[in-house]
Design a protein. Sequence first.
Length: 120
Amino acid sequence: MDENETPFLTGKSGATWYFNLLGGTKRRGAWTMPQDMRVVGPLGGANLDLCEATLPPRPVLTKISLIGGVSLRVPADVEIEVEGFRIFGGVRIEPASEGAARRLKVREYSLIGGVHVVRG
């Protein structure tokens, strides 16, 4: 998904859905992350740069795919909490600064994928 594209659907619960048949969702620059962002597709992941993004309180990113992971670039003060499952793949997170003020929950469900977080 191009940075200029809008989400496919915003549900009654307030969740913002991004659907991709092939390829993933990529966002960078100045943008506002939804409170509940859900990325779904058989092949592809989520590649998000949150360093210039506006984050809501207690944001949640959910990524569901057969193949594809989550790649995040986040500020030093954002603590990352990961849950979910993957058959092949792992979780690699650079540590947050002491006393991280913000938290992002990442839920990643895939057969082949993982979660990779670097600090910007």
